[in-house]
Design a protein around this ligand. Sequence first.
Ligand SMILES: [Zn+2]
Length: 170
Amino acid sequence: MAELQKAEIVGTPALNGTYISEMDIWPLETQEFNRIYPFYDNLRAGKFTTTKCKKCGHIAYPPQVICPKCWSDELDWVELPQRAKVVTFTETQAGAPLGFDSPLIIAWLTFGDKSPLKHLLGRIVNCKEGELKDGDEVKFVTFSVPAHPIEVKKDTKVCERVFYAFERVK
Ligand SMILES: [Zn+2]
């Protein structure tokens, strides 16, 4: 059996660095648990993607397994822009939810008219309190989140995980 990696959830010192799956805020990203697993594989490759319907052309975000417009399950993966502009945002300066550091910044982003996806609600990271302004340019970034153990044929496999956010372009 592979040795389990201890994953720490940021902001929960009471857990003493141990992993409690009920408090896991991140998705299980592997094929065994997740039907949109290519999204996470693409994140690991540095690509920001979503699904586009082969029948009606509808682009959904977050990625889907069935088109929400025509119910087709024939979907393609398309790449999204990695730069956006901040339309407006909220900044939680204290009391951010478990697993998040303050300031927790959530921004309404615009990708512009040429993008297949016009807008997205995204998290802004690596930004000090009061630093972000409306109209700022931001770029897509990925970061590691706690790995997750799964049972595969009576063995334990540790699945590395990744997620994305946006960072201010200086
Ligand atoms: Zn469709």
